[in-house]
Design a protein around this ligand. Structure first.
Ligand code: ADP
Length: 555
């Protein structure tokens, strides 16, 4: 046996857990080995330096460390072990002599897991080691279970994201093709009515797909807020324009109750706020047959603490009050619980999924806010949402804008959307690559509305060949992301690599149904000039065409 190598016992007796015993006194070491060797694989070291090296080499589950050692003492050894990535998590039990007063306290303060005293009592030594090993094994089992759960949750998120992609593709056909047909003034009234119903149902289903995707992202912790500076009047205008159409044939009066001192600009995730308000307002209209629906907005500027949360910006409170069916007292408590629909008997004729309020609550919580509800069954409900937004300016919404908002006259952006006037681009020729024939019908149908010539191919390889051929000359390529044989990313890289100025400069617009990876930046960094998510929004398509296809010199 070499000095310092006390690994006396052959490792055939090794058990699954291992220990490193550090003591310069051979007799102490022999006693500990006798007590522990039958149950554990034992490594030994005679001083602190060697202990650190062996801990790095063998990664023992537990270290028994004497305090008084030649060279660096036990405390210093522990400090070094804590500094190294490989050893910092290994628990250490100090070996102390009865005479070393205060050593236990110092060792525990340094992060030791426990201590054993000399002279050794074999039963106590065994029990203390068993206790530590049990903790370690439990921690490992817990970490493994967590990893398994995280993997399962990730697999679920991937599955939902894939499904949402698969669902969006046919939805693009349903919403896109009915939208195209609805623009035709010659179709008979009855057919138009049916098409409108298909189009509306398609959009509802699309909203649902987005909700499911949001939920899976929230649950996987992958949904982040994207705060920007936004115009409060624009936000309210948009949300009102979107919801007021829900009145339909019902005799409901819509009111906006807004403070004079409402800031004109705020900083926050306006898209998610729109989702919150849209959910509350759509519910109010859905569950109210007659009477009033009121949207209230107030802002408190000073930094205040309410409900334990401090907002250093502006507390914004929204409320949505309706005179609808109301909610039973016993249902109020479970209203925000995950994916619950309450009073399903009374509401059986009303479309809904119970997803909206759960998502709303999660968004509100992400904004450090809270959502509450007051309701009287049969009389109506009021939902309150309070969120913290960043301060931008002292300036308030002007009196005139406020008045227009209250009279719902602020701007008619939404209506303007429906009357899109398309430019005549009969001089242009574009190429569309998509593997799904119905998608080609939708995109080419939308592009032909501009009178341009549209050629279609069914994968990336054919698109590359067309551009490599050089004739006919295209003004732009609309390229699907996921295609068999060659996808849009690869095709775009090959086109850019063709080396001709034509191939390098031709605008390439990505088309994608993938809302998760639908990251505009990713496309822009990979040779694309613009990005259009499916289902296509005609206004977005128009702005892309104006920028990348239209050539004013040819008009
Ligand atoms: P849904 O899509 O079913 O409307 P929500 O999560 O938005 O899902 O709402 C959950 C349930 O809360 C609804 O099914 C309905 O029973 C009830 N609810 C929500 N808002 C109102 C309201 N303004 N008036 C009456 N009941 C409401």
């Amino acid at each position: 046996m070499k000095d310092g190598e006390y690994d006396l016992y052959n490792s055939d007796t090794a058990q699954s857990n291992s220990l490193l015993i550090v003591d310069d006194d051979k007799s102490n070491l022999m006693i500990l080995i006798d007590i522990l060797q039958p149950d554990y694989t034992v490594f030994t070291a005679k001083d602190g330096e060697e202990a650190v090296k062996k801990a790095q080499k063998y990664s023992p589950d537990l270290i028994l460390l004497d305090i008084i050692l030649p060279g660096i003492d036990g405390y210093e050894t522990l400090t070094r072990l804590r500094e190294l990535d490989e050893t910092k998590k290994i628990p250490v039990v100090f070996i102390t002599g009865l005479s070393e007063s205060g050593s236990e306290e110092k060792g525990l303060a340094l992060g030791a897991a426990d201590y054993i005293t000399k002279p050794f009592n074999p039963v106590i030594v065994k029990l203390k080691v068993i206790h530590q090993i049990k903790i370690i094994n439990l921690q490992r089992a817990l970490a493994a279970a967590m990893e398994k759960a995280e993997n399962a949750s990730e697999a679920k998120t991937r599955f939902v994201a894939n499904m949402s992609h698969e669902m969006r593709t046919p939805m693009n056909a349903i919403v896109g093709l009915t939208g195209l047909m609805l623009e035709d003034d010659d179709i008979p009234g009855k057919t138009k009515e049916t098409l409108e119903k298909i189009n509306t149902a398609g959009n509802t289903l699309l909203g649902l797909i987005n909700d499911v995707l949001d939920i899976s992202k929230i649950e996987a912790g992958k949904l982040d807020l994207v705060p920007v500076q936004y115009d409060v009047a624009d936000l309210l205008n948009e949300i009102i324009a979107l919801n007021i159409v829900r009145i339909g044939e019902k005799s409901i009066i819509f009111k906006l109750d807004i403070n004079e001192d409402m800031p004109c600009q705020l900083f926050g995730d306006d898209l998610r706020i729109k989702q919150i308000l849209n959910n509350m307002l759509s519910n109010a209209f859905k569950y109210t047959e007659a009477g009033t629906v009121t949207l209230g907005v107030t802002a408190t500027g000073d930094s205040t603490t309410t409900g334990g949360i401090t907002c250093s910006g502006v507390w914004v409170t929204f409320y949505v009050r309706d005179t609808g069916i109301g909610i039973r007292g016993e249902d109020l408590t479970r209203l925000f619980a995950d994916y619950n629909q309450v009073d399903t008997k009374a509401n059986r004729k009303i479309e809904g999924t119970g997803l909206g309020l759960s998502i709303t609550k999660k968004f509100v919580e992400m904004m450090d806010g809270e959502i509450t509800v007051e309701s009287e069954y049969g009389k109506g409900s009021t939902f309150f949402v309070r969120i913290c937004q960043g301060f931008v300016t002292e300036e308030h919404i002007s009196g005139e804008t406020l008045e227009n908002l209250r009279r719902l006259h602020y701007s008619k952006k939404k209506q303007a959307q429906e009357k899109l006037v398309r430019s005549d681009l009969s001089y242009a020729r574009v190429l569309v690559a998509d593997d799904f024939p119905t998608n080609l019908d939708v995109s080419s149908g939308m592009l032909r509305k501009y009178k341009m010539q549209v050629d279609c191919v069914s994968n990336g390889r054919e698109a590359v060949d067309r551009i490599a051929a050089g004739v006919p000359v295209y003004d732009a390529v609309f390229m699907d992301h996921m295609m068999p044989e060659m996808d849009g990313m690869e095709a775009t890289a090959l086109i850019r690599g063709l080396g001709t100025p034509y191939a390098q400069n031709i605008p390439i617009i990505a088309l994608t149904a993938n809302a998760v990876a639908g990251n505009e930046q990713m496309f822009l960094e990979n040779g694309f000039n613009a990005f259009l998510p499916k289902p296509f929004n005609v206004m977005l398509l128009d702005s892309i065409i104006q920028r990348w296809v239209r050539d004013k010199s040819k008009e």
